[in-house]
Design a protein around this ligand. Sequence first.
Ligand code: C2O
Ligand code: CU
Length: 461
Amino acid sequence: MTATRREFLRATGAAVGCAMLPRAVAANETPLRAGIHRVQLAPAGYPTTEVWAYDGLIPGPEIRLPQGSRVRRDFVNDLPQATTIHWHGIRIENAMDGVPGMTQAAVPPGGRFLYDFSTPDAGTYWYHTHNRTVEQMARGLAGPLIVTEAEPPEVDAEHVVFLSDWRMTDPADLTDDFANFHDLSHAGRIGNHVTANGLPELTLPVARGDRLRLRLVNAAPSRVFELALQGLDGWIVALDGMPLAQPRPAADLVMAPAQRVDLIVDVVADQGEDAFLLEVFRGQGYALATFPVARTGGQARRGTPPAALPPNPGQKTMRTPDRPPVDLVMDGGAMRGLRSAVWQGRQTDGRSLAQEGQFWALNGIVGLPDDPLLVAERGETLRVPLINRTAFPHGMHLHGHHFREVLADGTHGDWRDTILVAPGETTTIDFLADNPGDWLVHCHMLSHHAAGMGTWIRVLA
Ligand code: C2O
Ligand code: CU
């Protein structure tokens, strides 16, 4: 990577102005507007791209506030379609969860909706559209939501790295085949252009020995990111917003859509070199973020693992489940096509389903069922084996709660709100159903959700 290239990119950054850079929202109560805008998504020299964006920004404006405060934003819809906002990973009041037809009516074009909720847990979260997401998120409607600890860890700098991918034509228009049957039935809409913070190349100057906190968000519609570090040594300190009891070395970094990873890394590359956050894609490394070691004067590398972040109140002690497991069986998709499944209340053969663009079933039902997967008493602990009988991985997300994987030895793994279930595997989760309301459970590969992979649970008040 040459200095010329870097200077060139920096000049581009100046030319498009702060519109391209995520920035903190000054006033908590200013409206948040979804609208159509043009931004420079493709590398310099290419035209701008029409996107759907919050406040004209890709990603949407960073909303950052302290743990235990409130987000209060009047949302204004300037789009030609109805939409909502979902606050992914927040233990939220059900009415603020942003699921159209379940927790609120979709906000029509020209309409508004006041989102008002508290932020009980610190961590890296994000917000995104929850209506026609397979199209609306692929057009750009997503942004970071950062809830800060009262006493954040000591670092030299902190960066949100908001990852996304885009499927573009040459020169730079988003393709509008959001629900083409191949994507729906295979791995989903995978982009041919990857951005970090909306930029083709994110450059973050550092000094050797700096300790950085990186808040990674996978906001891609369907892409699983496999990541690697170069010139950076580090630890995972939190997953999906929830601190690890013990930080662990940052290896095997795989992020399903919607997952977050908080890293604390030390810059070990020498001055004059670059450190990188890389995507490993088909055996090749691609820079998602480049850290030119431009300055001297960084503190000596600390080298020692960081202290654990303070646990969140949401990480409550979990009992053993109160009743037998409730299976969630995933079927369908290419190579394991559905023979038949219930769709819109009727047993329907696979061929007819395919003609309707429906390819996946949960417990034999395609699309949102009338009845919930389970009804829980408030305070019950539930066990749900996620049984993947398909040929594809699925990033399964439960709204309103975090859960823990049940490990082979019967103990609990990390706290998560989204978990990747490998093809042919079963991943069992336990969760404490303590947030009353109706909550979606769905695959966060948005093409799969659109093609059938969604159900819901009810937690009684
Ligand atoms: Cu990220 Cu149903 O949501
Ligand atoms: Cu899926």
